[in-house]
Design a protein around this ligand. Structure first.
Ligand code: ZN
Length: 44
């Protein structure tokens, strides 16, 4: 799941699976799909 957060007046999109931050929602969504395809044991 991608979560929208705001820091320093900038909107970031965070991959909840691994915590990576992206400045574009499309990049976060693309990453998240790859992230979800990886080993589920990685998800806490
Ligand atoms: Zn991720």
């Amino acid at each position: 799941m991608v979560v929208q957060t705001e820091r320093d007046d900038t909107t970031w999109y965070e991959c909840e699976t691994c915590g990576l931050l992206f400045d574009e929602k499309s990049a976060a969504t693309d990453h998240e799909q790859m992230c979800n395809d990886s080993d589920p044991s990685y998800i806490q």
